[in-house]
Write a protein that binds this ligand. Structure first.
Ligand code: PAF
Length: 280
């Protein structure tokens, strides 16, 4: 099946009236995105419409981050999206999304992501989740889907999108899809393409550290085991390795938990996480 590309919200009218699922991306599509699109297709069925948005959102990047360098690969994104079962690739301009300012104007209404946005990624990237949630709310408004699929790789983002949808009673089902990994466990990410061959080898320590952590029974032991594995690659710069509950609250002593990591390999910041079970 071949998708078609549209650049304006008005052009999305072509899929109105069909059950719709949206997969939001910033492009540079890889097999993790393809899995989201395939899952969206499974959910809406052959008569439904799968919309993939491709928009490098300026408001979620701080000055000095990789907004300009972020890969823009619309042609190959279109091929990946079509192959995975998308009907429409919606690639708006910043003016289409934000109006003439192309970003937050002085008087813009934005989404306040609340205190969960001040920890972990939010602590490292102040303002990031205000930009993410505002664009997600806008893209939900423009695409009006019944379901929206997000990868678990960006676990804090997924958690905050779920909260926004619940707290603001938005009429959409948010579906989290498990992370797709390379054979050595590295989570697929558009930013992996920044890694040199040596850095790529080093990066594989991240999922190994998560696995070692998840094999332990208490949050303290989990962190200690994860750090031990990370220490085998001294060039990696750890930002955080934490155990939380599944909603990113304090680590539970018993039951379902999430282990999250952010680390810099060379100049590339990589994120990963996995579920775990704590036992007394
Ligand atoms: O995960 C991403 O690629 C982005 O944060 C998203 C959800 C498309 C919003 O710009």
């Amino acid at each position: 099946m071949s998708a078609h590309v549209v650049h304006t919200a008005a052009d999305l009218r072509a899929v109105e009236g069909r059950p719709r699922a949206v997969v939001m991306t910033m492009g540079a599509l890889h097999d993790g995105h393809a899995e989201l699109i395939r899952e969206a297709r499974r959910r809406v069925g052959p008569d439904g419409a799968v919309i993939v948005t491709v928009f490098v959102n300026p408001t979620q990047f701080a000055a000095g981050e990789d907004f300009d360098a972020y890969p823009r690969t619309l042609e190959s994104d279109f091929a990946v999206a079509s192959e995975a079962g998308a009907d429409v690739v919606f690639a708006p301009t910043a003016v289409e999304v934000y109006g003439e300012s192309g970003g937050f104007g002085e008087q813009s209404v934005t989404i306040d992501p609340g205190p969960l946005a001040d920890i972990l990624e939010g602590a490292a990237r102040p303002g990031h989740f205000r930009g993410v949630l505002t664009v997600v709310a806008k893209l939900l408004g423009m695409t009006a889907p019944q379901s929206a699929l997000f990868g678990e790789k960006d676990y804090q983002q997924l958690t905050l999108v779920r909260r926004m949808v619940d707290d603001l009673s938005m009429p959409v089902e948010v579906i989290g899809v498990p992370t797709v990994r390379e054979p050595d466990g590295l989570a697929l990410s558009s930013r992996n393409r920044y890694l040199s061959a040596d850095e790529r080898q080093v990066a594989a320590v991240i999922p190994r550290a998560l696995d070692a952590a998840a094999a332990r029974m208490t949050p303290q032991d989990a962190i200690a085991s994860g750090l031990e594995v990370l220490a085998t690659e001294p060039s990696i710069e750890l930002d955080y390795l934490v155990v939380t509950d599944p909603q990113l609250g304090p680590a539970p002593l018993e039951g379902q938990a999430r282990i999250l990591i952010a680390a810099r390999v060379g100049t590339t910041r990589l994120l990963d996480n996995r579920p775990a079970r704590m036992r007394p």
